[in-house]
Design a protein around this ligand. Structure first.
Ligand code: 6PG
Length: 254
């Protein structure tokens, strides 16, 4: 791969910058989407939150991908959500709505938003029920997403699985409400149980501020970080990082 240095034994691709990283992520989305639609007639993707995905959403909504993706057969879900209204500047759904959904023809009924306006506890229960019903109606008892995108916090959190929070040790429920002490706020999040049943999980991490978390997550004691809980049981895990986020790795790789 000319524009990136492959380190596939760690399931990692290191890109020059966030632009190349997100262009690759968009191509991966389009490619897996085509394969799954050909195979079963629809495609399920879980979108991540935070700021990293913004460039990815813009790329996916660009003319280059508009007609490369069969949007009417795409179902979009969210890995986690903040306890804010959907049009709030901090809403993970809101970011995708502005940068992607406003520009591509995904049918309204295919947009599966976490209804945090119901309150975190009810929203978690309803979302788990919605996801289970979605997959049962398509002949799959255990929810198995085709593609899950994940971000990485500088503290090693992913989704809204923050270090020391209750959700990190949840082993049964698929979607939970989670109080995050460091943020003094509630979140709603997917748990490792549902994410680890996915076919493909993709971390996107950019910037030097992530380098220690990437190093720990890839080389260190995985169990120390919530991100280390993401280990697909019957699927692939891929790290897409730019040079900044990989710079600690590069030091140790000599
Ligand atoms: C959230 C996210 C979270 C995010 C990481 C990285 O709601 O905050 O889901 O897990 O992906 O914090 O965020 P950045 O991309 O902004 O660094």
């Amino acid at each position: 791969m000319d524009e990136a240095q492959e380190d596939m034994d760690k399931g990692m691709i290191i890109f020059e910058d966030i632009g190349e990283l997100t262009a690759f992520a968009a191509r991966l989305f389009a490619c897996l989407c085509a394969i799954e639609i050909e195979r079963k007639g629809f495609f399920t993707a879980v979108l991540s939150g935070g700021s990293t995905p913004k460039r990815f959403f813009k790329k996916l909504a660009s003319p280059e991908f508009q007609d490369r993706v069969c949007w009417e057969k795409v179902h979009l879900f969210w890995g986690d959500e903040r306890n804010v209204p959907p049009d709030d500047k901090d809403s993970n759904f809101g970011l995708a709505a502005r940068e992607l959904l406003a520009r591509v023809p995904v049918p309204l009924e295919n947009i599966h938003r976490m209804q945090v306006d119901l309150g975190p506890v009810k929203a978690a229960k309803e979302y788990e029920a919605e996801i289970k019903a979605f997959f049962v109606s398509r002949g799959t008892s255990a929810p198995r997403f085709d593609l899950v995108f994940l971000g990485l916090g500088t503290d090693g959190h992913t989704l809204s699985l923050f270090p020391g929070s209750k959700a990190v040790s949840e082993e049964k429920r698929l979607i939970v409400e989670n109080y995050v002490k460091t943020l003094s706020s509630w979140r709603v999040t997917m748990t490792p149980a549902i994410v680890n049943n996915a076919k493909t999980c993709v971390f996107m991490a950019s910037g030097e501020e992530k380098m220690d978390a990437v190093k720990e997550a890839v080389e260190g004691n995985l169990k120390a970080l919530p991100a280390g809980l993401i280990r697909p049981s019957d699927g692939r895990l891929l790290w897409l990082v730019d040079k900044g986020a990989a710079s600690a790795l590069k030091q140790s790789m000599g």
